[in-house]
Design a protein around this ligand. Sequence first.
Ligand code: AMP
Length: 125
Amino acid sequence: MAVDATKAYDDQNIFAKILRGEIPNRTVYEDDFALAFHDINPQAPTHVLVIPKGPYVCWDDFSAKADAAEIAGFVRAVGKVARDLGLVVPGYRLLANTGINGHQEVPHLHVHLFAGQPLGPMLVR
Ligand code: AMP
């Protein structure tokens, strides 16, 4: 079920449990600000999720409340993961679902990184 972007952070969400090491993940990259791991149900040959270490529900929450170091660290981590995986050429797609219409399901901010094939038009109408 999609989550309301304005709800309070729930520290029992699955990505919070991954960050605490309570649930396993296939880690691609980790630093002080971010964790990147393979999506459990990949939608492309490469489908990695990058999440901030801080407790932010979604892009709206993060962009409003995270401090400058957290924002810079997270954005740099997303770019580094893509470079380290060799995705810059021929390219990749980033997606951050937000709120009900964005169909966000896990209430901890995550950026989807898709690659490994031509990804087609942005949205299917
Ligand atoms: P979203 O709809 O943007 O909230 O996407 C949530 C994503 O999390 C989906 O692509 C799921 O396949 C993925 N996901 C859910 N649980 C796990 C998990 N334990 N490990 C890795 N990915 C997960």
